[in-house]
Design a binder for this molecule. Structure first.
Ligand SMILES: [Zn+2]
Length: 114
């Protein structure tokens, strides 16, 4: 399950950041999960809860921000969030669009305790 390896590197990243800031623990971990990232939020949370024991994040709250697919239309220059996975501009119905958000998953914010 690839959520497990994501969580492992997430925890490593938290550990690294905490050390850099001389923090004794992590209070909150906020991640952004793009709709196209392929990450299953429920599985990610379970994996986090499982692996956080014995790490600097053992008391941390896990907050997930789900990012819908966001596109920019090359025809009318409007930006829209897509509700469905239909790659078409809701304003002018052009298919000449580029995805500008919602493709990946990353650490947004960390709250550290010193
Ligand atoms: Zn458009």
């Amino acid at each position: 399950m690839h959520e497990y390896s994501i969580v492992q590197s997430l925890l490593d990243l938290c550990d690294e950041n905490a050390k850099k800031n001389n923090a004794s623990s992590v209070l909150k971990v906020m991640v952004k999960i793009g709709a196209l990232s392929g990450v299953e939020p429920q599985l990610l949370e379970t994996a986090f809860e499982t692996f956080k024991e014995h790490t600097i994040c053992h008391n941390a709250e896990f907050v997930m921000h789900l990012q819908p697919v966001k596109i920019r239309c090359r025809s009318c220059s409007n930006e829209n969030e897509l509700q469905e996975h239909e790659y078409i501009c809701p304003d002018c119905e052009s298919v000449d669009i580029e995805v500008i958000d919602g493709e990946d998953m990353y650490l947004m914010q960390l709250e550290l305790d010193s």
